[in-house]
Design a protein around this ligand. Structure first.
Ligand code: GRG
Length: 278
């Protein structure tokens, strides 16, 4: 995959050492690469060459991978299995896993800022990335997930957590594509589409979590172990699945309504995500 080549070339620029090894271990562990693929597909939908998206595709996957490494730590979900392999802190140690996450987060921005796109576009895109990943975005979602979720009894409140924790990092590549294509009027539309797809993706994750074994899913079923409130525990499996399908359909409809955007490939990608098996 294109994203693996660009990630490898960025990793080659890091000094050898245990932290680099741990960053590479988690980054190259065979994730689905959904976020970079969303970005590449969106820039192509705007008629641009994929290469313009390379630094941002890398940056988003690095931020996603850092979030998984930190989420798996004993202080958070305390998971042993991720992407079908021991989690970063199990393979190395906690200090190295924390540093690998820190390294990936900071290197993500160094990589994004090395983009050859127009400087104003680079600044706008990097700001979106920071906003979506930071304390008003994914980090806030994780805060609520850790500190508030157990008291939640209504779907609206759970939806808000999912928009932040999952939706923000799925919105970022779509919003960044609009910036790179100089279609800033689409940024908020993609934000909403990313939130809808993120919610669908999270519900699907909750359903797969109860349907698959950890070996099949490639990660621990920590939601069940931690008796966590999820879309399935709140809505029931059937209603959750109906909601997921409705949301994916709504996402496709909104994408089809965008002006200046060739939507076929993106809609095909959403179909493939909807039928994913893990
Ligand atoms: C530590 C700040 C911080 C945030 C952690 C990513 C995350 C937030 C928590 C992980 C748990 C979780 C269920 C997150 C929701 C998003 C999600 C479904 C992540 C898994 O993404 P995939 O399926 O993973 O794209 P791969 O491994 O394929 O890249």
């Amino acid at each position: 995959m294109r994203i693996d080549d660009v990630l490898n070339s960025r990793l080659d620029l890091i000094e050898n050492g245990k932290v680099k090894e741990a960053m590479a271990y988690s980054l190259l562990a065979g994730g689905k690469r959904i976020r970079p693929v969303l970005l590449y597909t969106a820039v192509k939908g705007y008629g641009l060459d994929e290469s313009i998206a390379d630094p941002f595709a890398c940056a988003i996957e690095m931020i996603h991978t850092y979030s998984l490494i930190h989420d798996d730590l004993p202080a958070m979900d305390n998971d042993d299995l991720r992407r079908g392999r021991p989690t970063c802190h199990k393979q190395f140690d906690e200090a190295t896993a924390i540093l690998a996450g820190d390294g990936l987060l900071t290197y993500a921005f160094e990589t994004a800022l090395s983009s050859g796109a127009q400087p104003l576009q680079v600044v706008k895109a990097a700001k979106i990335l920071a906003e979506m990943a930071g304390p008003n975005g994914m980090v806030l979602g994780q805060d609520l997930d850790i500190n508030e979720i157990q008291g939640i009894t209504d779907w609206e409140a759970l939806q808000n957590i999912h928009h932040l924790k999952t939706g923000c990092l799925l919105s970022a590549p779509l919003m960044i594509a609009a910036v790179l294509a100089s279609h800033d009027e689409d940024i908020e539309k993609w934000h909403e589409i990313g939130n809808i797809l993120g919610l669908a993706f999270q519900i699907q994750d909750d359903i797969l979590d109860i349907r698959l074994s950890p070996e099949e899913f490639g990660k621990s079923n920590s939601d069940i172990r931690n008796d966590k409130v999820t879309s399935v525990s709140l809505l029931g499996e059937n209603e959750a699945e109906c909601m997921m399908n409705t949301l994916y359909e709504k996402g496709r409809e909104l994408i089809g309504n965008l002006d200046h955007f060739q939507s076929e490939e993106m809609i095909g990608l959403i179909d493939r995500i909807q039928t994913r098996k893990k």
